[in-house]
Ligand binder design. Structure first.
Ligand code: ZN
Length: 443
């Protein structure tokens, strides 16, 4: 084939691939904050439900406003929420489910999942968007000391696995997620400069491998790493942005990095990314961290914050408008609340006949009291965690809704500032009262 014709053929292939990516997932920025970084966008997914031709349910269009929270799942479902309760969560905000392909390594193999028709068919959730992320902080942790140039190592309940790009792509192809993240070599913040540089080199190489092995319609998010080095973060971002990807996954946060350096590192990445593509981050979960990420231009978040809160018996109570005090009840001790959440295991709630949050429209607050959940926690009844996860997910998704509204109305910076100040005031007051309690009474 003559060189000019060959070049045209290659360019045509890239264009077709690009159109396919665009058709699978659409994203558009709708509004910017005053600072010009935080943004509200609309993410549209065409469900990969491929069983329509075989008499299954038709493909669905999923539209989600960003910034948005992906629900963390264990094998496709939130830890304590069953499919029937999933539909009671805010719609369409709760329609994006994150999962780690590594969770399925001990279960049905790729061939079986492929024969069933992918993760939508396996779980019977045809109207949800599935996002495959190799890292997961509940069951599948990156283990950078055992990773090598061939693949990334993960610590899982059924042992440590070294996952090579070819194996990862087999899993992705069989599961058919709507969005998927390329394999990354995520390292702890304390690694050497040499190891950090190697992680960037490997992550770019594995992205190229994933692109060349790709055989699924799902939209690809290219992984960006670089640890705590601004230069490495920028190098990785520039390389990944050159590739044909639908969006970006910013990894390596929540692995020993400090909150103080995070804003600079996030800006180093987002400043170099094309504005028209979505950005997804893992490892930022606390409300302050979410606000920090959104202020840097992040669109999608996945974290285990809700899961860990729920497991510990905590319920989110911070006011969503960011205006009033975090917890105004003077009877609530520092042990039972830190201003954003309350510990429902505390004895103070044993006879509390009120709802977790007055006016909350979630299933839990509509039907149950703090006293009942306190009782369920004390007798180790799993229903406690089910009710808490429903409320916590509902509350956090509503928080994202309030943030989107604030960006659209040009008051995001005000909301963020207000939230951080109230939180600081509360923590100061709590530490002062704790000091008073600890001061020995002189006889
Ligand atoms: Zn509630």
């Amino acid at each position: 084939m003559p060189q000019a014709e060959r070049r045209e053929h290659i360019l045509d292939g890239i264009l077709q691939e690009s159109i396919r990516e665009t058709q699978k997932m659409k994203f558009a920025v709708k509004a910017w904050s005053k600072s010009g970084r935080a943004r509200v966008g609309l993410l549209q997914l065409s469900s990969t439900s491929s069983s329509f031709a075989q008499g299954g349910p038709p493909a669905k269009e999923i539209e989600i406003e960003t910034p948005a929270l992906l629900l963390t799942t264990r094998k496709g479902l939130p830890a304590f929420i069953s499919p029937d309760h999933l539909s009671s969560l805010p719609n369409p905000d709760s329609r994006l489910l994150q999962f780690s392909p590594m969770h399925f390594m001990e279960g049905p193999n790729s061939k079986t999942i492929s024969a069933i028709g992918g993760v939508h068919q396996l779980l019977g959730l045809h109207e949800y968007g599935f996002v495959a992320v190799p890292r997961d902080s509940i069951l599948s942790l990156p283990e950078c000391n055992s990773s090598n140039k061939n693949g990334a190592s993960f610590e899982t309940p059924c042992g440590r696995f070294l996952v090579k790009p070819v194996e990862y792509m087999k899993m992705i192809s069989s599961m058919k997620p709507d969005l998927w993240v390329s394999l990354a070599d995520e390292v702890h913040a304390s690694v050497t400069t040499k190891r950090n540089k190697a992680s960037v080199d490997r992550t770019i190489k594995w992205l190229d491998d994933c692109i060349s092995l790709k055989s699924t319609d799902g939209a690809l998010f290219g992984s960006i790493v670089g640890g705590c080095s601004i230069e490495e973060r920028q190098r990785c971002t520039q390389e990944v942005a050159k590739r044909n990807v639908s969006g970006f996954y910013i990894g390596g946060f929540g692995l020993g990095d400090s909150v103080d350096e995070r804003a600079t590192l996030l800006h180093a990445v987002t400043d170099l990314l094309p504005k028209e593509k979505p950005r997804h981050v893992c490892g930022l979960g606390l409300p302050e961290e979410v606000l920090q990420g959104i202020a840097a231009g992040i669109d999608l978040f996945d974290s285990t914050y809700i899961y860990h809160l729920t497991l510990g018996g905590f319920a989110l109570v911070f006011p969503l408008d960011g205006k009033c005090k975090h917890v105004s009840d003077p009877g609530v001790s520092a042990m039972a609340s830190d201003g954003t959440k309350i510990n429902l295991k505390a004895t103070i709630y044993r006879k509390d006949a009120s709802r977790i949050v007055d006016g909350c429209i979630c299933y839990t607050c509509q039907n149950h009291t703090k006293a009942y959940i306190n009782h369920l926690l004390n007798v180790h009844e799993m229903l406690a965690h089910i009710l808490l996860e429903i409320h916590n997910t509902h509350h956090y998704l509503s928080f994202f809704g309030v943030i989107r509204e604030a960006i659209t109305e040009g008051r995001f910076e005000e909301l963020r500032q207000n939230f951080i100040e109230k939180r600081r005031d509360h923590l100061l007051a709590a530490s002062l009262s704790a000091c008073e309690l600890e001061t020995p009474v002189r006889a």
